[in-house]
Design a protein around this ligand. Structure first.
Ligand code: ZN
Length: 199
């Protein structure tokens, strides 16, 4: 393992732990990855974030093969397909934050009513159609929702974002967290009108 790869593994662990400390996720929910050596490094399945060590981060090639003693996150397919589809993706952060997950149950994107929508890279944050977690169907729906964007909601599930670095991918999730508070306030104040209007 090179020094650079070792550092990347440490950054993945720090980012995963930050998901917990910022309240974006709980337990082993959520997963973090970074592009590395014609493949990716991703958090393992079922290992509490406090028990993560650099050796437990799993390397996967772009064909879906994985190496080492630990299984990759059960949601590895979404990460892999992002790296395969978007050259600009260097890191991916996926989680099920309470606010984004609640919004995702409406099966609707978030329209361009606030400048923070641009964090996702477009004039609307799309919501990927529902499919069972870990499936190719969910990954395909996510790739469609990410076209010309760096983040999207996943219906009845949560959210996912990619970026040119772990800091950028994680940062957009944190921005979303605070911004979604405003969405909820508006949601209540306007009696759900924003999300219930005909599409
Ligand atoms: Zn998930």
């Amino acid at each position: 393992m090179t020094t650079a790869e070792n550092q990347l593994r440490r950054e993945i662990i720090e980012t995963a732990r930050a998901l917990q400390s910022t309240g974006l996720t709980h337990g082993t929910s959520g997963n973090v990855s970074a592009r590395c050596n014609n493949g990716m490094l991703i958090t393992p399945s079922g290992v509490p974030y406090e028990d993560l060590e650099v050796e437990k981060i799993v390397f996967m090639d772009l064909e879906g093969g994985y190496y080492g003693d630990f299984l990759p996150s059960s949601e590895w397919r979404m990460h892999l397909d992002i790296y395969r589809t978007y050259e600009a993706a260097e890191a991916v952060v996926h989680c099920h934050s309470p606010r984004a997950t609640a919004l995702s149950t409406h099966n609707r994107g978030i329209p361009a009513f606030h400048y923070m929508v641009a964090v996702a890279g477009g004039d609307e944050i799309k919501c990927a159609d529902y499919a069972t977690f870990g499936t190719k169907a969910l990954s395909d729906a996510m790739i469609a929702a990410l076209e010309d964007r760096r983040a999207c909601l996943l219906a009845h599930h949560g959210q996912i974002a990619y970026g040119p670095s772990l800091n950028k991918a994680f940062g957009s999730q944190v921005k979303w967290k605070h911004w979604l508070i405003n969405i909820f306030l508006r949601w209540f104040w306007e009696n759900l009108r924003l999300f219930l209007q005909p599409r």
